[in-house]
Write a new protein. Structure first.
Length: 92
């Protein structure tokens, strides 16, 4: 299963940051750990945490693509797909 087929929404598959961070998680244990910690939070905790991260990134004038990529993890369905993808890769 490829990341592009997993995220059929064109906008998601075109977000280079989002695709890259998931690919990096396959190879980098620290990135994988951070993504796992985020997606394993309850929906409410995940939304709160990501909102805090996004607010911080906006204050730091982070690139819009980075902020958008992080925002995808607020979506329960996307987080579940990331979880499934990483689990299939035996990273969870």
């Amino acid at each position: 299963m490829s990341l592009f087929s997993l995220f059929k929404k064109k906008k998601i598959s075109e977000n280079d940051f989002f695709i890259s961070i998931i690919q990096i998680a396959e190879e980098d244990s620290l990135t994988s750990k951070i993504i796992r910690q985020i997606i394993l939070l309850s929906a409410d905790e995940r939304h709160k945490y990501i909102n805090e991260v996004i607010a911080s990134l906006k204050t730091q004038k982070a690139p819009a693509e980075l902020i958008e990529g992080i925002m995808y993890l607020q979506d329960d369905a996307i987080s579940q797909k990331v979880y499934t993808y990483l689990k299939n890769k035996k990273l969870i």
